[in-house]
Ligand binder design. Structure first.
Ligand code: SAH
Ligand code: MG
Length: 207
């Protein structure tokens, strides 16, 4: 991966360990020939740099969807709260300004396109077949399942579906993404391709 982009990705605020970020980048390189890349769960843009780097190399784009108000686990009092991301005017989370700066500083605004809104609302109006879908939005079971059901039909044949935060051992993390990943595998529509830390890559085998 481009060295400057890698430095920006590593320095960005967010939840994407370096080895998993590079696996995401590799999946993006592989999938960009099939169609555009789409991420659910932008936050401050850390994973978007890894995927954006792949998109740039392949002449593709990344759409990244988020309402920028944080997931349940990002709210005050929860485990993954970061008070720097609270808008002092309203007391609500607002990661959009941080995302904007991350993309500007990395110099990747030309290939990373922010879509600001609720994932399920955007999914309902989406029609473009995707080369890659990365699911890293809300991590409660209803949210993760809604992202899978709403977005996975848009993954084109040969395209890839990537899940984050898959923990087989409940001691390591929440089980909802793992439940949804199992559901995706059981559907027979997706075959497992690779596993790096908590990142799982699958490929669409049928429509
Ligand atoms: N990929 C990021 C981390 C994402 S954190 C990284 O690399 O650091 C999860 C994000 O999903 C949060 O920013 C939250 O606002 C967003 N999110 C949660 N539920 C959502 C929903 N229903 N619609 C849109 N975005 C949602
Ligand atoms: Mg994650």
């Amino acid at each position: 991966m481009d060295e400057a982009l890698l430095q920006h990705a590593r320095a960005a605020v967010g939840f994407m360990p370096g080895d998993e970020g590079l696996a995401l980048y590799d999946a993006g390189l592989d999938a960009a020939a099939v169609g555009p890349l789409l991420e659910v769960g932008t936050y401050c843009g850390k994973s978007a740099i890894y995927l954006g780097a792949a998109a740039r190399e392949r002449g593709a784009v990344l759409f990244t969807v988020d309402h920028h108000r944080g997931s349940e686990e990002n709210q005050a009092g929860w485990e993954f709260h970061d008070e720097r991301l609270v808008d002092p005017r309203t007391g609500r989370m607002d990661t959009l300004p941080f995302f904007r700066r991350t993309m500007e500083d990395a110099g990747i605004e030309d290939v990373v396109i922010a879509v600001i809104g609720s994932s399920s609302t955007v999914a309902r109006s989406w029609a473009t077949p995707l080369g890659l879908l990365f699911i890293d939005g809300g991590h409660a079971l209803d949210a993760a399942l809604a992202d899978y059901e709403g977005w996975s039909p848009h993954v084109a044949p040969g395209g890839v579906l990537v899940f984050h935060d898959i923990f087989e051992d409940p001691a390591e993390g929440g089980q909802a993404p793992f439940e949804v990943w199992k559901h995706a595998v059981a559907s027979g529509d997706f075959d497992p391709v690779s596993k790096t830390g908590s990142l799982r890559v699958l490929r669409r085998v049928s429509s």
